[in-house]
Design a protein around this ligand. Sequence first.
Ligand code: ADP
Length: 264
Amino acid sequence: MIPKVIAEARKIVIKVGSNTLAMGDGTMNRAFMAEFAEQCANLVKSGKQVVLVSSGAQVAGVSTLDRWARKKDIHYRQALCAIGQVELMQNWREAFAARDLHIGQLLLTREDFNDDQRTLNMRNTIFTLVDEGVIPIINENDSVSYEEIRIGDNDNLSALTAILWSADLLILFSDIDGVYDKNPKEHADARHIGEVSDLNDLRSGITIGATNSFGTGGIATKLEAAEKVTSYGIPMLLANGSQGRCLEGLANGTNRGTVFLARD
Ligand code: ADP
């Protein structure tokens, strides 16, 4: 099923979570970024179009400026994101430049999606970048956003992006290879769910456990993202980004994940 879903999609939004981008010690996983950029380049060569949603600004900030790691104050956290966003994009720029691809950055908040003129401009910018062979990389504008205008997690941001761009597929890369009936980090007997056609059924049949150290939304926001895109006819895949050559593994059927089927 997963190889078929990928083969049929031309416009793909891919979200990479903080846990996938950061290593255990909080530093950026550059080897992952290089390998990931190579796989995106191969997708582009095969005629597909890719938009990336990348978390990790705060983690990148902490690894750049270690002395702020424990500051909880909002101004410091927003300042840390300003520093980390540059670091994050610098790493992506190097990774994609090695594959002869340019990147472009969009930093967004919920307000941008609620305003017709801004939405139109975002859409046009994404279309233009992609048409010109540039990889757009999107993140929440954490340095300016506050509770009322935040999207809050990149699962929902990537879903809104997929709808905005009229994507054919949304792929979320997390540190987990799909949804289980309970948190597999806490329960060894958790059962993997390969395919979801009814989100209400899924919700009533599973228990949602805690998120990871760098994670923000956990499984709950991944289900919200699935709800959003599938109702627009866009399928979603949840898969593990830490498995080697994660994109190709999904495309050729060696890596498993959970596929959320589009609703008609
Ligand atoms: P990311 O930063 O990649 O978005 P999160 O940490 O926010 O990842 O969410 C993924 C985590 O959610 C998994 O590592 C897992 O431990 C946890 N989790 C909780 N309940 C479940 C469940 N029912 N099925 C799968 N994962 C779950």
